[in-house]
Design a protein around this ligand. Structure first.
Ligand code: HMG
Ligand code: MG
Length: 305
């Protein structure tokens, strides 16, 4: 099939299932099962995996084992294991555990920032300053998340200008990539097109990723609109796991299986093997004793039955 001209040749998938997904699952996964999951993700061809977070374990107990997990991950030169960190304490834990990259996170909504990180957006950005300094010394790349780019569970509407402002501040502070998070999945393709048109006036498109939760079933459509705008980095979560503990009702990210299926159908290279990523999703779904949220995995299971 010929590829529409505007779409990228290649897409980098950032697999966030072990962090964004598992942080919101009520049933905790053992370290052994998390290690097995990450191994399956690597075997499927994923090269950027956000494997856990170093936040306050009283806030997010599901991520309490990240220190041990990162220490035990099999290091490979072609694979980056990233960690989500809220402050310098989290960064120091991530560094000690051997994370190859960190991600800081804030929001385009003040109320969400307060609920998620117990501080204002400005205070959150100040907390990141020592992270940028220490990460620079340790040669660790820093990614930045902006939550609530298409709506907030507390304040409702979020102005695109507020997203642009926070994304720009993260870029100026030293993030090499900005991931735009539709935390509650309320965005639609028109919103994403408009959003990207305005964000790219301040952040180069090659430094933008999209992070689409699928609560309203819009994630793939929003990703397609983002690809048309030139975005070539997409976050996804195997089996469509999880959500955000501070965004009630938010479902998981777009399932990696479904994203890979769409990219392959568009002739876009993402380096991921579909049957292998379906197997990884089936493994983690069995560990959690729940069905996969991936439509592609379900369809393939039906075909096999
Ligand atoms: P705080 O309570 O304001 O922090 O929390 P504090 O500095 O006042 O410290 C209070 C206690 O926490 C102290 O311990 C600290 O040592 C400890 P105590 O003296 O009470 O025993 N502490 C830590 N412990 C371990 N690791 C740390 C750490 N920092 C402090 N790094 C904080 C502030 C940000 C830490 C807290 O609010 C927190 O952990 N929040 C977690 C929020 C979270 O993980 N949310 C989910 C991830 S974000 C997301 O999912 C969205 C995203 O996917 C994009 C999208 O979808 O939009 C990225
Ligand atoms: Mg998220």
């Amino acid at each position: 099939m010929s590829k529409p001209g505007a779409l990228p040749e290649r897409v980098k998938i950032v697999e966030v299932g072990p962090r964004d997904g598992l942080q919101n699952e009520s049933r905790p996964l053992s370290i052994e099962d998390k290690l097995k999951l990450v191994t399956l993700l690597v075997d499927a061809g994923l090269r950027c995996i956000e494997a856990g977070s170093f936040v306050n374990p009283k806030w997010v107990p599901q991520m309490a084992g990240s220190d041990e997990l990162f220490k035990r991950l099999e290091k490979k030169p072609t694979v980056t294991y990233a960690a989500l960190v809220p402050n310098i304490k989290g960064f120091e834990r991530a560094l000690a555990a051997g994370a190859g990259e960190v991600a800081v996170f804030t929001a385009a909504s003040e109320q969400f920032s307060q609920n998620n990180t117990n501080c204002s957006i400005a205070e959150g950005l100040r907390r990141f300053e020592p992270i940028f300094a220490a990460a620079g010394n340790a040669n660790i790349p820093v990614r930045g998340y902006v939550s609530c780019v298409a709506g907030c569970p507390y304040q409702g509407e979020v102005a695109i200008g507020d997203v642009v402002d926070v994304a720009d501040r993260l870029l100026q502070a030293g993030c090499y990539e900005i991931s735009l998070g539709d935390t509650i999945g309320t965005g639609t393709p028109g919103r994403f097109s408009q959003l990207l048109q305005q964000v790219t006036e301040r952040v180069p498109v090659h430094q933008i990723a999209v992070h689409c939760h699928d609560t309203y079933g819009q994630a793939l459509a929003n990703i397609y609109a983002s690809l048309q705008a030139g975005v070539a980095v997409v976050d996804s979560s195997v089996a469509g796991l999880g959500g955000c503990p501070y965004a009630r009702g938010a479902s998981g990210n777009v399932a990696t299986e479904d994203l890979v299926y769409m990219l392959q159908g568009l002739g876009i290279d993402c380096g991921v093997d579909l049957p292998a990523i379906i197997a990884a999703g089936n493994f983690v779904s069995a560990c959690l004793d729940r069905s996969s949220q991936s439509k592609v995995a379900r369809a393939r299971a039906g075909e096999a039955a």
